[in-house]
Ligand binder design. Structure first.
Ligand SMILES: O=C(O)c1ccc(O)c(O)c1
Length: 240
């Protein structure tokens, strides 16, 4: 048990009802939410330290590729540190990611976008944070893709993140964007976040220091699970 959690500040989070993001209309609660203090069911959680990951689980270039092949696209490294509300590193946390391929298509039966699938790219991976809270993935930069929220809407390139901290109350599901992408300012999902500083915290910075010359460009994405500097949740019920 890690002890009482900082209460979540509802005002900091995207409102659940944001008609510009059409599916939020049906998903959002019809009544005001009731807030309970945290108890053992929020303050405890699964421990993933014992889970043995496969050799390429955090390497999306290879984890779905045929022998000798690799995913097509702009090769990137995504890394950062996982921190709790007090700024302390969280070791042993499970981070799962999923994303579209370089053409903007997910390997999912409901994704019918005309960009082709890449036979060597699955689109998901996982990592467990190290003692200093750090994690790293190797992948390709996902493509932007159109979605039927309006007549001509495009999601900015993004990677979905799910993180289990020490407790269920710290579970976070969010999306990471890429520095400099002009579609972020036009995205109804990203724009549900009222606080622009908070939106900036979802934007990974180009990190030349970690770039591997002649190989892969690096982006840095630190994640804070609760508190004032929290990485924002998605505008979905599970993120409340
Ligand atoms: O919630 C949705 O409707 C929705 C649509 C498109 C996305 O890329 C996404 O992450 C969520």
């Amino acid at each position: 048990m890690t002890g009482a959690l900082f209460p979540r500040q509802a005002g900091l989070h995207p409102p659940a009802f944001t008609p510009g993001y059409k599916t939020s209309v049906l998903r959002s609660p019809q009544r005001a939410l009731i807030s309970f203090g945290s108890g053992p069911s929020e303050e405890t959680g699964p421990a993933f330290g014992h889970v043995k990951l496969g050799e390429h689980d955090n390497d999306l270039l290879l984890n779905h590729a045929r022998p000798g092949q690799s995913a097509i696209g702009e090769r990137i490294i995504v890394h950062g540190r996982l921190l709790d509300e007090g700024g302390r590193p969280i070791p042993g946390a499970l981070i799962e990611i999923w994303q579209a391929n370089a053409g903007g298509r997910y390997r999912h039966k409901k994704d019918g976008y005309l960009a082709p699938l890449d036979p060597d790219f699955g689109g998901c991976g996982r990592a467990i944070t190290a003692e200093d809270g750090s994690y790293v993935f190797r992948t390709i930069k996902p493509g932007a893709y159109p979605w039927p929220n309006g007549p001509n809407e495009w999601r900015p390139a993004h990677i979905h993140f799910s993180i289990f901290g020490h407790s269920f109350g710290q579970r976070l599901i969010s999306q990471m964007y890429f520095e400099g992408d002009p579609l972020i300012a036009r995205c109804p999902i990203a724009q549900t976040i009222p606080d622009k500083e908070a939106l900036n915290r979802l934007v990974a910075a180009l990190d030349m220091a970690e770039t591997k010359p002649m190989d892969a460009i690096a982006y840095k994405f630190d994640i804070v699970l609760r508190g004032r500097r929290q990485t924002h949740f998605e505008n979905r019920l599970e993120g409340m």
